[in-house]
Design a protein around this ligand. Structure first.
Ligand SMILES: NC(=O)c1ccc[n+]([C@@H]2O[C@H](COP(=O)([O-])OP(=O)(O)OC[C@H]3O[C@@H](n4cnc5c(N)ncnc54)[C@H](OP(=O)(O)O)[C@@H]3O)[C@@H](O)[C@H]2O)c1
Length: 269
């Protein structure tokens, strides 16, 4: 994919990774349709982007509202979008049984159903292009499901499955479907409790700029599936072939996860 003449719809543009992606894509000369929920944040981001972008537009949309997604699809058509980056997402750390169902439902809706809905709405447009791409942002937890992150891990595993199935369904078309799974990134997605958990577990993390560079390299190269970080990609692979080994490796860490989850959600056991 040649980024300097790509016309890219980026969701979650106002977030930590989204801003870094927008900066890097603008430097590559791509045209950007930046999407988030807060028009002020999007306007500030657009103003601060480095020169190089051919054109920049912003649109405030709640991706969990089907009517707003339909409005976004019309804007995407006007903008001439040929690349969709499904990057918007939320997190919820806590023990599954201690949290209201609405918490899991929000994560599943935002991190899985919403990107599938948006992709469905844009497919006729993307199919009409000479060359198009859909890039789904997953997570290490999509391949290495983690206690304390049940809904998030489930949604990201769903994003991986969605990406693989869609790639196979579109394999006779000119639409590429790519999936990138970052490891932890220093962004507002992670609460203080998650950062404390990661520090105690010694989990490695990337700056948003480093993660964005690797994601854009995967997009430019058309790499179908990319897992960022080592040893995270090794653990994800082991989980795929021998999940019982990962069950055993994570069991001693459960007490640590529970302690931090209790701080995140006081009153839970
Ligand atoms: N940070 C990490 O450790 C990490 C690791 C692996 C993967 N990821 C993935 O990377 C992606 C970006 O995350 P991030 O770290 O940049 O998170 P972030 O800083 O919290 O940003 C999240 C973005 O998603 C947008 N968003 C959330 N709900 C939305 C909705 N209903 N409608 C429209 N936009 C919505 C937010 O918009 P507002 O500004 O309007 O709230 C914001 O732009 C996510 O898919 C995340 O799962 C993150």
């Amino acid at each position: 994919m040649r980024l300097n003449d790509a016309r890219i719809l980026l969701t979650g543009a106002s977030g930590g990774l989204g801003q870094a992606l927008a900066q890097a894509l603008a430097r590559e000369g791509a045209s950007l349709l930046l999407v988030g929920r807060d028009q002020n944040k999007l306007a500030a981001l657009a103003l601060g982007l480095p020169g190089g972008a051919r054109s920049i537009a912003t649109l405030a949309v709640d991706l969990n509202q089907p009517a707003e997604v339909a409005r976004l699809a019309r804007e995407a058509e006007n903008f001439g979008v040929d690349v969709l980056i499904n990057n918007a997402g939320i997190n919820a750390f806590g023990l599954f049984e201690q949290r209201d169902w609405s918490c899991a439902a929000d994560v599943l809706e935002t991190n899985l159903a919403a990107p599938m809905r948006l992709t469905h709405a844009l497919l006729p447009l993307l199919r009409a292009r000479d060359h198009a791409a859909i890039l789904n942002i997953g997570s290490t937890f999509g391949s290495l499901p983690f206690p304390g992150f049940i809904a998030y891990s489930s949604a990201k595993a769903g994003m991986k499955g969605f990406s693989q199935a869609l790639r196979r369904e579109l394999s006779d078309s000119q639409v590429e479907v790519l999936y990138v799974a970052p490891r932890a990134i220093d962004t507002p997605l992670n609460s203080a409790a998650v950062n404390a958990l990661n520090a105690e577990l010694g989990s490695r993390h990337d700056t948003p700029e480093r993660a964005a560079r690797q994601i854009i390299a995967a997009l430019a190269a058309g790499r179908s599936e990319t897992h960022l970080g080592f040893p995270e990609r090794l653990f994800a692979w082991i989980n795929g072939v021998a999940p019982a080994l990962i069950d055993r490796a994570l069991a001693p860490k459960l007490a640590v996860v529970k302690r931090h989850a209790n701080v995140a959600s006081p009153g839970s056991r």
